[in-house]
Design a protein around this ligand. Structure first.
Ligand SMILES: *Cc1c(COP(=O)(O)O)cnc(C)c1O
Length: 508
């Protein structure tokens, strides 16, 4: 399949599928733009050079190309960033992060206030969690979601109060659960019947009452890639609202809610649903929300307990390529709010308080990765139709260790030469890393100036989410720093690893 103009990333063309039949992946890995895709028409991806002035998506709002052809972020030139911090580096535009956090909070607060209820926005820390990032989220009025003891530790060290933190995970350890109790974590999202018993027992032992939500799967399958779509039935997360073991038995979700109500050491806050990631169509959120409200009403009918909260998870999609359009927070907030208001009215139940958990949509576009180009190698490839063509392999000084998403999901990114302008004819290029894997691809296909050469600075857009947080030390590469930029100045938020760091754990 040839990529459409602007290409598609893993989230495009999402169709939510409701019900137990939701087994087909909405977006096959690499359906377009994946490793096999070859057809890029010059000019289809737009100008290969950022226009002078504000760049627009997929770049952060602080990215500009100046008259000299070099790019700056929040007033700091890329040459200065490279000289001060080296490459590769993750560069994070603080004002852009804050603006997106604010946009989500204000859009959801306004939309849910208009239907008579409230909403809390949790920043999903797994997308990128550093102490500075956690503080920015807090200062913009967000809470913080964590998915492990380590993420919890970062949020706490940053000064986020326990009651403003949620703890997720399908396989939490006793130590993680105890850690959450010790710091008064505001909610533990339980993911199995066994975990309900474990949390209840640990809470009883300590003489505390644990606030819990139940993670349910609604059969709504949204998001671009099978591995990041989490609400269909055949995967490890959550408890199904649909599939019961037999006639007359409860769904696993209902069984979990009833089990919690039996345990005095647990306080049932509500129901949680996270349907996937990189979702570009609000329908999936609406369908899942309706299913959760139905479960809530059914529980009320059976037990008289009407739970007070519903969390709709994260997954709000962003632009990775020029021409792609991110989900608009105002539109999605209004769509979800009006749809839940209607559903609650039909069910005859008052609305609960809601919460959402965006990660990627807040930090993804705020980040870019700055690399230095090394080896540039033209490779002649036999085309699908037998017509050979040349692909320019542009190697950078990082790769799958700092961004695993292209290798993991066939995810698409956009790259540009940012240290200078070029009038050279654009050529079909593939940006690759320096690792010992042929799948070590950073950008599958992009038009780059034909004179791209060793020493050029190259930036990949929208790498703020799931780049640093999924980074590894493969080939013993030190992980790059996270550099915050704001008002013409840069600051190291997480320093670059050194070879000493790499050796520190090795006991010889
Ligand atoms: C991953 C995850 C999120 C955040 O997803 P994004 O796609 O980054 O918005 C939110 N909630 C839960 C439970 C998650 O697992």
């Amino acid at each position: 399949m040839a990529p459409a103009a602007g290409g598609t990333s893993e989230g495009s063309g999402t169709t939510p599928v409701v019900g137990a039949a939701a087994t087909t992946a909405a977006g096959e890995p690499g359906a377009t733009g994946g490793p096999g895709a070859t057809a890029v028409v010059a000019g289809q991806l737009g100008s290969t050079a950022l226009p002078v002035g504000s760049a627009g998506e997929p770049w952060s709002s602080g990215v500009r190309r100046g008259n000299d052809g070099a790019v700056e972020v929040a007033g700091v030139g890329v040459a200065e960033l490279a000289a001060d911090h080296g490459t590769p580096s993750y560069v994070l535009d603080e004002a852009d992060f804050r603006a997106r956090a604010r946009a989500y909070r204000t859009a959801f607060e306004a939309a849910f206030a208009a239907v008579g209820t409230g909403v809390d926005v949790y920043y999903a820390g797994k997308a990128l969690l550093t102490m500075a990032v956690a503080r920015w989220a807090r200062e913009e009025g967000l809470r913080v979601d964590t998915a492990s003891g380590g993420e919890l530790a970062v949020a706490l060290r940053a000064g986020v109060p326990g009651e403003a933190i949620g703890l997720h995970g399908n396989n939490k350890s006793d130590a993680e659960i105890a850690h959450a109790f010790d710091h008064g974590v505001g909610r533990i999202i339980v993911d199995s019947l066994a975990e309900i018993d474990r949390v209840a027992d640990l809470a009883a032992e300590r003489g505390v009452v644990a606030p819990v939500m139940v993670r349910v799967t609604t059969g709504v399958h949204a998001g671009g890639h099978e591995y990041i779509s989490t609400a269909h039935e055949d995967q490890k997360f959550g408890l199904s609202v649909n599939v019961a073991a037999g006639p007359g038995t409860d769904s696993p979700a209902m069984a979990a809610l009833l089990r919690i109500l039996e345990r005095p050491s647990l306080r049932l806050l509500g129901i949680h649903s996270h349907i996937g990631s990189q979702i570009l169509d609000p329908d999936g959120f609406e369908a899942a929300a309706r299913a959760v409200l139905e479960l809530r009403a059914e529980l009320a009918t059976r037990t008289g307990v009407l739970v007070g909260e519903v969390d709709l998870g994260g997954g709000y999609g962003i632009a990775y390529l020029p021409g792609e359009v991110a989900l608009d927070p105002e539109r999605v907030a209004q769509d979800i709010a009006s749809s839940v208001a209607e559903a609650a009215a039909n069910l005859g139940t008052p609305l609960p308080r809601f919460s959402i958990e965006p990660g990627r949509a807040i930090v993804g576009p705020a980040g870019m990765t700055l690399y230095t180009v090394g080896t540039v190698k033209p490779v002649t490839v036999g085309g699908d139709d037998g017509e050979p063509f040349t692909r320019l392999y542009v190697s950078v000084d990082g790769g799958m260790s700092d961004n695993i998403r292209p290798a993991l999901y066939g995810a698409d990114y956009h790259a540009e030469v940012v240290g200078r302008s070029s009038v050279a004819e654009p050529v079909l290029a593939r940006v690759v890393g320096k690792h010992c894997e042929s799948g070590d691809i950073v950008v599958h296909q992009v038009m780059l100036p034909g004179d791209v050469r060793a020493g050029d600075l190259l930036a990949v857009a929208a790498t703020g989410a799931y780049g640093r947080s999924m980074a590894s030390n493969y080939n013993m590469l030190p992980r790059p720093p996270v550099v915050g930029v704001r008002d013409g100045a840069s600051r190291v938020l997480v320093r670059r690893e050194t070879e000493d760091d790499l050796l520190r754990l090795d006991q010889g």
